[in-house]
Design a protein around this ligand. Structure first.
Ligand code: SF4
Length: 946
């Protein structure tokens, strides 16, 4: 068979219009399903005649209806609020009791009803019949005489089920159903009085009142497929003065993809001959199936696709298109196109505002206003405030945002006041919906002024446009709320705003007839491309889902010829087959892993192509190999070059810097546990950003306990303590509670907070701290008498290190120093637990004896000052002190460590040898080999250790 080059559908239309009407097309009205085709048709008309011509007028089907009606399409919110009023009245009349739901509660149900009414009108359905009293099954039989006996039986069976079984749900359904006819009629009367309508009502009004409505023009309906009843009726009315251009192909005309076109051709004829619609199998076609394991990995094929097209001499950019069945992958696709490979890119589909920064910004502002405000504290909660402060747009309009954030975190402020937040526009509470819209408008207004020229990348114009469009949407809502006195809550407002933002797309600038095209499936109607790559050709996207709620049972929808799932599948089948009919180089990408909407399955349309024997030589199948290199966890080593060594010395060597810092027991422990962690945290100072949290994490919990223990013994003072001294605490728990509350205030809230304002977790932690203090006092009581010498005692000492002429300072704070039986006991409170016995000193320089190691460092420092008395270092495990057998005394090879002096020299030698390693250029910083050390480490992700 001789294969030929395909001619685009719109070119055929152009050719036909010129041959029939000449170059003056000013009396022709070309009507498209969407306006996208206008530029392409105009282009083809000029290409065909090659001389100036009078262009036709262009309309979309919506604009044709709208222009022909005196009614205006009302805003959804206004329509639903009118519907609410009517529903209320009719409900009261039917049930003889007031309808208790508010407009907010009614809103979603109202939206469902509005959709149903819209469809009823678009399909010219007799609402009286649909919502009639279907309990009377004989009426049903009369009214549905157009159905077959089997269909009627099925309906009767269903309604018997509904009306004879009386579960509360069925009762409810029946009661509502029986009043819907009246709601529908009264609602439409009310809208007519106000001169507003929903789209279906407007369309029905037009086709029921057509006299003299349509001008003496010739109408050309181009590229339509499934028509609703009103459209069909309009076509019928204008049939005599119209041309119909249906786009189809013999290949799929007899399948589900062609079912509507076949009906339309039969009813309205076609202005183009059938010979022009036998293209699919008669052109050279190369179809490549590409399987990608992941949804995000699909775009990796784009550079190769562009490259292969450029090698073809026939490659013309506007003749090539990237089609997205799932439009949310647009940003990934744009970023994958290699720069300078294509002259122009034309993104025809628009960018959803909901995917731009302004949408997220508005959502966090609204969330702060709705969920974040605490009437008790008369301020916003920190979580919501921090989200706002951290948003990049906030820094544009409030340059102090970072500073304020730091202050809140530093001072643990959970409910910051307006004075602390320092910005009235952002942080003023707005009590109602109207003031919320005004609040958002003020912020966007300020943002619009600050945003200008801040950004210069590909998205700059787009983001500016999205800010502008959001302003328009909110302003529209503001005007509705203020002029119509609508009483909707903030939550519904937030939902509506999100809905409008997700429906609004910001156009990319570009010329649609130039450059490589990127578009969604709907935009492809009537257009043809020679080279196509289609992404996400998966079930769920192709065919897609339409999840519209409806109150009308599916079987009734079917019988009244309303929109059903099968209907939707046929429409998608048409989109798919029409799109690939005239294309010669087609790449179909599908994923086999999960997609955003669930399990990934190749689209049924791909399977249909695969099983078609006529295409067996046209199809090739490949798997997209993502060039992802598996991440092996490599061992990280940081060599100490000259500059790093200088940095270390500058930080910790007194001979290099007299203001060098002290090495604390905690820092030394860290160096022993993981030198790489030490390097990150103490040399590179990569600390985890401190987070403000209303929850007391382990370290904060430990600080509160330390503070409480200090306050308790400060109350007693440095005197001999006997059992009686501590009685007041064991006998009156309120003393302990007051101390714990004070410690919470100082360490956690950093301000006065009443116990009644503690949240649940804080109260639990308060209770645990009280319990631990009680145990400490009871434990101490058993070990009286003793004397407190110091509380939170800062101690340090400087030491020379033999190797490398280094001099270091070691310092820390001893929790409690006390004297008993002539010994000085160094108490280090521990809220965790470790073994308190060891076999040799070198064991202490490992991670399993961190607590003993730290206590020994305190003892080393204290022994520089106290030469006469035996020193006893004791890590005191607060969680264990209530146990009968618990003894805090450390055990070395079965003997109690009751005098540190015996260990001092050997321990110091080992310690200094370890510290030498820190300054040794030949010993790099390495990751720990003990993987357990990584369990709670904040650098886990960086190290790839999970
Ligand atoms: S994750 Fe492990 S290896 Fe990495 S820094 Fe932390 S403790 Fe060291």
């Amino acid at each position: 068979m001789n294969k030929y080059s395909p001619t685009p559908f719109l070119y055929l239309v152009a050719e036909n219009l010129i041959s029939r009407f000449g170059t003056d097309l000013s009396d022709i009205v070309v009507v498209f399903p969407g306006m996208r085709a206008k530029l392409f048709l105009n282009n083809y008309l000029h290409q065909y005649v090659k001389v100036p011509l009078w262009s036709p007028q262009y309309q979309t089907i919506e604009s044709l209806f709208t222009e022909s009606s005196p009614l205006q399409i009302g805003d959804d919110i206004l329509l639903i609020s009118e519907l609410y009023k009517i529903y209320n009245q009719i409900h009261n009349k039917h049930f003889k009791k007031p309808f208790k739901k508010t407009l907010d509660e009614f809103f979603f149900f109202g939206e469902t009803l509005l959709n149903d009414f819209d469809e009823i009108d678009k399909n010219n359905i007799d609402a009286k019949l649909l919502f009639g009293n279907l309990q009377d099954l004989s009426t049903l039989r009369d009214n549905l005489s157009h159905l077959s006996e089997n269909q009627i039986q099925a309906l009767i069976h269903h309604f018997k089920h509904i009306f004879q079984n009386k579960t509360p749900l069925q009762n409810n359904f029946r009661n509502i159903w029986n009043m819907l006819g009246e709601v529908y009629t009264s609602f439409k009367t009310r809208l007519k009085e106000k001169n507003i309508s929903y789209p279906g009502m407007l369309m029905r009004q037009v086709v029921e009142n057509t006299e003299n409505l349509f001008k003496e023009m010739h109408y050309a309906f181009v590229g339509f497929n499934a028509l609703n009843k009103c459209e069909e009726q309009l076509f019928e009315l204008l049939k005599e003065k119209s041309s119909f251009y249906w786009d189809y192909d013999k290949y799929y005309l007899e399948t589900e993809a062609g079912q509507f076109i076949k009906y339309n051709i039969h009813k309205f004829n076609s202005s183009l001959p059938p010979q022009q619609f036998d293209t699919f199998l008669n052109i050279d076609k190369k179809i490549t199936f590409l399987n990608s394991f992941s949804e995000s990995g699909q775009s990796a094929v784009i550079p190769q696709w562009i490259n292969s097209l450029q090698k073809e001499s026939s490659f013309i950019q506007p003749n090539s298109a990237i089609i997205l069945c799932n439009e949310t992958i647009l940003p990934t696709i744009i970023h994958t196109i290699p720069p300078n490979t294509v002259e122009n890119i034309n993104i025809t589909m628009g960018f959803p505002i909901v995917q731009t920064a302004i949408s997220g910004f508005l959502q966090i502002l609204i969330e702060m206003q709705i969920k974040g405000y605490s009437p008790a504290n008369q301020s916003f909660g920190y979580k919501y405030v921090l989200s706002v402060l951290r948003h990049p747009y906030t820094t544009l309009i409030f340059p102090k945002a970072l500073e304020v954030e730091k202050e809140l975190i530093k001072n643990n402020i959970f409910f910051p006041t307006l004075a602390e937040l320092q910005d009235e526009i952002l942080f003023t509470y707005v009590p109602d919906t109207l003031s919320l819209t005004q609040y958002l408008l003020n912020i966007i207004q300020k943002l619009k002024q600050s945003y200008k020229n801040k950004d210069t990348n590909i998205y700059a114009g787009l983001y500016q446009e999205s800010i502008y469009s959001s302003y328009i949407i909110i302003n529209r809502l503001y005007r509705l709320l203020s002029t119509e006195n609508l009483n909707i809550g903030k939550t519904i407002f937030s939902w509506l705003l999100r809905k409008y933002l997700s429906e609004t797309k910001v156009p990319f600038n570009g010329n649609p007839v130039k450059g490589l095209q990127i578009m969604g499936v709907l935009e492809t109607r009537t257009l043809d491309f020679n080279n196509l790559i289609i992404f996400n050709v998966n079930e769920g996207y192709m065919p897609g889902h339409r999840n519209e709620n409806t109150f009308i049972p599916q079987f009734l929808r079917k019988h009244f010829r309303m929109y059903t799932v099968e209907h939707q599948d046929s429409i998608y089948a048409y989109y798919f087959y029409r799109l690939i009919t005239r294309a010669q180089n087609i790449t179909l990408v599908y994923t086999t892993n999960e997609t955003q909407i669930g399990k990934a399955e190749m689209s049924r349309f791909l399977l249909q192509l695969l099983v078609d024997p006529r295409l067996k030589d046209n199809i090739e199948r490949f798997t997209l190999q993502a060039s992802v290199i598996p991440m092996h966890s490599r061992h990280i080593t940081i060599d100490k070059d000259k500059s790093l060594l200088e940095k270390i010395k500058n930080k910790y060597d007194l001979n290099t810097n007299i203001q060098a810092k002290s090495l604390s027991p905690t820092i030394l422990s860290c160096f022993i546990s993981c030198p790489y962690h030490f390097y990150l945290e103490y040399i590179q100072e990569l600390r985890n950003k401190t987070e403000l949290s209303s929850e007391t994490d382990n370290s904060i919990f430990g600080s509160i306990f330390h503070q409480a223990a200090k306050l308790l013994y400060q109350q007693i003072g440095t005197r001999q303590i006997d059992s009686k001294t501590l009685d007041m605490y064991t006998q009156s728990p309120q003393y302990i509670r007051n101390i714990a509350l004070e410690a919470f205030q100082r360490e956690f809230f950093k301000r006065q907070v009443k116990e009644k304002d503690y949240n649940g977790k804080q109260l639990i932690n308060l209770h645990v701290i009280c319990k631990m203090l009680d145990r400490l006092v009871r434990f101490d009581q058993k070990h009286t008498p003793f004397s407190i010498l110091e509380l939170e005692f800062p101690i340090n000492g400087s030491f020379p290190i033999k190797k490398g002429n280094i001099h270091i300072n070691i310092g820390g704070v001893i929790d409690r120093l006390q004297e008993k039986d002539g010994k000085h006991i160094i108490i280090d409170y521990k809220t965790g637990h470790e073994k308190n016995s060891f076999k040799n000193l070198s064991e202490l320089l490992s991670t399993k004896h961190k607590h003993i190691f730290q206590a020994f460092i305190y003892a080393t420092l204290y022994s520089q000052k106290e030469k006469n008395k035996p020193i006893v270092p004791v890590p005191l495990y607060i969680q264990r002190i209530h146990k009968k057998k618990y003894s805090p005394i450390l055990i070395y090879n079965n003997t109690p460590v009751d005098n540190f002096n015996k260990f001092e020299i050997d321990f110091k030698n080992l310690l200094f040898k370890k510290i030498e390693e820190l300054f040794d250029p030949n010993i790099p910083f390495q990751q720990t080999k003990t993987i357990q050390n990584c369990e709670y480490c904040s650098f886990k992700e960086r190290c790839n250790r999970y």
